[in-house]
Design a protein around this ligand. Structure first.
Ligand code: DLL
Length: 427
């Protein structure tokens, strides 16, 4: 059930993109005063955009623009034509409100269905969808895509882990969709309940909505005896289903580029980067009606490759997103990415994959404090383990943590609903 575009020659993909880019720019210019102004200010007319390569002439759109235009300033259709609203809350301020026409909802189901098919899901599967339903795009997005595939959907939503486990066991779910942190939580809860996950029919988990490292993915695959596949997306562009890893190769996420045009830019200068170089992902919608978005600065760090994948798809791939441009923590002037700390935590066998990072300012000096849980089978000294963690972190980071505390299993708070928070910057 692959669509033709997934294996089309590059020239065909470019033709489709060029035509749709022209239509999108025209639509945005005609119907969204914000874009008309932005293009006029940049001295770009819709007619200047002919081929897909012209996209870099367009000004970018930012998170801040969504805030300034709150709630509906970026909508390109009348409210009468808006079929659905979703929203994504940032860390500060008002949520970003996003809208869909009936056609947009159809495109969304299509791209999520393509994603699930790439993940090996078919109409015989039972899909337990544990992404939150409601304004968050995860629940309804995965739900519609799974229905489109013809699978049986169990809309558990996030939370109520006891019920999640009952469904997994009694309804024999083949596929579980949830955030990586919740996936680990469910694995732990199963173990606590004396259930051997290897005996469940579950074969695939579809994880996304928050960054995770390869080490974390392996932990999930081992704990649940499944294949863990990465699904990526963001509300501003559509929701989940912008890109997805295929089960065949598990080598990067296929971006459905007949609907979303990707670029990677230098996060500092905004200059486009060549294929293969890591930078900030910038996305332009190619078919969205209610909310066309030109060159959205996602804040997500990745790299693109146009090489055909072993699965046979020729469509562009992006690397797994392990961090965001705004993730960077500056501790006493030194750059630290939370993903560097995560890799160490997950690699150490005596440490459970649960940790938190606290940053404080004491007498004008930054303090980096790390709290980690030990693995439930570890029965050695907590001080020794803290020393081990410290030594490994000092090898990896350019700054030494000021304190490392090891606590017992399940002592750190878990996230059952929504996205996990591991970094607490109190400065
Ligand atoms: O998180 C959409 C989604 C739902 C994706 C379910 C996958 C599964 P937002 O709430 O708008 O939308 O958050 C979007 O989450 O810019 C990334 O920073 C992060 N993110 C999403 N998917 C991934 C992923 C949904 N697979 C923001 N890996 C994005 C890493 C991800 N980060």
């Amino acid at each position: 059930m692959r669509s033709d575009i997934e294996t089309a020659p590059r020239e065909t993909i470019r033709e489709t993109q060029s035509e749709r880019l022209r239509e999108t720019v025209e639509h945005a210019y005609e119907n969204v005063p914000f874009y008309r102004q932005a293009l006029d200010d940049a001295g770009v007319a819709p007619d200047d955009i002919d081929r897909v390569g012209d996209v870099s002439k367009l000004p970018t759109t930012t998170k801040e623009d969504f805030r300034m235009e709150y709630p509906d300033g970026l909508f390109a259709v009348d409210w009468d034509d808006v079929a659905r609203i979703h929203a994504s809350s940032g860390t500060t301020g008002k949520p970003k409100i996003v809208s869909y026409t009936d056609d947009d909802l159809a495109v969304w189901s299509e791209v999520v269905a393509r994603s699930l098919v790439a993940g090996g899901v078919d109409s015989d599967d039972v899909v337990q969808n544990s992404y939150g339903y409601g304004l968050f795009t995860g629940g309804l997005g995965l739900h519609a895509g799974a229905e489109e595939v013809g699978a049986t959907v169990i809309p558990t939503g996030g939370g109520d882990t006891a019920r999640q486990m009952t469904m997994l066991q009694d309804l024999e779910s083949d596929v579980l969709c949830c955030t990586p942190s919740y996936c680990l939580y469910i694995a732990e809860a199963l173990e606590d309940a004396g259930v051997n996950p290897a005996e469940l029919p579950l074969s695939t988990v579809i994880i996304g909505a928050e960054p995770f490292t390869d080490a974390m993915r392996e932990e999930i695959e081992d704990a649940l005896d499944v294949t863990a596949l990465d699904i990526y997306g963001l509300s501003e562009i559509i929701g989940p289903g912008v890109s997805m890893e295929c089960a065949d190769a598990q080598a990067g996420l296929h971006i459905w580029e007949d609907h979303f045009l990707p670029e990677v830019v230098d996060p500092e200068t905004g200059e486009p980067l060549p294929e293969g170089e890591e930078g900030e992902l910038v996305l332009t919608t190619l078919t969205k009606q209610a909310l066309p978005v030109l060159r959205y600065r996602t804040g997500d760090m990745t790299a693109l490759t146009y090489e055909a994948c072993d699965c046979g798809r020729s469509i562009v791939r992006m690397d797994n997103v392990t961090g965001r441009t705004d993730d960077l923590l500056i501790v006493r002037g030194v750059n630290v990415y939370p993903s560097q700390i995560e890799e160490v935590m997950v690699d150490l066998e005596a440490v459970a994959p649960h940790y938190r990072i606290d940053l404080r300012r004491d007498d004008e000096l930054d303090r980096l404090e790390i709290t980690a849980e030990h693995h439930h089978e570890y029965d050695g000294s907590l001080e020794d383990l803290a020393d081990d963690i410290g030594a490994t972190l000092r090898d990896v980071l350019d700054v030494s943590p000021d304190s490392i505390e090891v606590v017992g299993p399940s002592e750190l708070e878990r996230t059952e609903v929504g996205k996990v928070k591991r970094v607490f910057d109190h400065r």
